[in-house]
Design a protein around this ligand. Sequence first.
Ligand code: NDP
Ligand code: 8X3
Length: 256
Amino acid sequence: MLAGKTVLITGASSGIGAACAEKFAEAGARLLLLARRRERLEALAHELHSRFSASCHLLVCDVRDRHQVEDTLGSLPPAWADIDILVNNAGLARGLAPLHEGSYDDWEEMIDTNLKGLLAVTRAVLPRMVARRSGMIINIASIAGREVYPNGNVYCATKHAVRALSEALRIDLNGTNIRVVNIDPGLVETEFSLVRFRGDAERARKVYEGLQPLTAHDVAELVLFCATRPPHVVIADVLIVPTAQATTWLVHRQQG
Ligand code: NDP
Ligand code: 8X3
């Protein structure tokens, strides 16, 4: 079903995005891999080519820069220009602080990446999908798009916004055959917390202490499932959490 399909994955250099790239490559898709870190993308493309003979085209791009996104996606080689599936995954959290102590720079980075970056990529990709009356958008939002947790204020707000955009897209695209999927993961052990805490590995480790978190692979399997439903089916909205996680604030942790 995915053989020969063109899939654009943003944030493909790490975590959930890289795991999605692997799953789609295994299924025979052609991959547009987008992120800022070129070496990571090159290493991934090399691995996917040697394991699955996957065809990859690298897009070194910062989704916060709308003009860069427009230039990058507006000048794709013709063989790569018709994107069948867009996985909007690039995103990050910065800091964890009460709003009255929050940093404007952190807020801006999260809003510019998680919200405006997703908008810029979607705006650049959708017109050709609409013209072809075919395509799928998979937004990686978060459990933080359903619930707000202490000190998560702006990150949660960006993910609530992603959720709103998934719903809005499903309305705007009704009648076009384009499907919109919203996926909300709970705790997934990736570089996410390392980025949130600016390289503080000990603090990042504590986020997942005493429980078995999701892996990026767990989420990628769900993404692949959503991407392989027949054309009349949309998995519109999914929450995926580790068994130990009931809500953002209720997480069962083993002691010692
Ligand atoms: P990682 O930090 O492992 O991966 C984040 C990816 O986003 C990287 O590939 C990074 O690439 C890319 N990225 C970040 N900023 C930009 C940018 N400005 N332009 C282009 N790419 C960018 O984290 P995850 O894999 O966990 O996160 C992926 C998504 O999943 C995010 O949207 C996150 O909010 C969401 N999520 C994560 C959860 C978790 O617990 N881990 C739970 C719920 C949702 P590079 O730095 O090379 O640009
Ligand atoms: C990432 C999950 O709960 O750490 O979106 O915000 S959480």
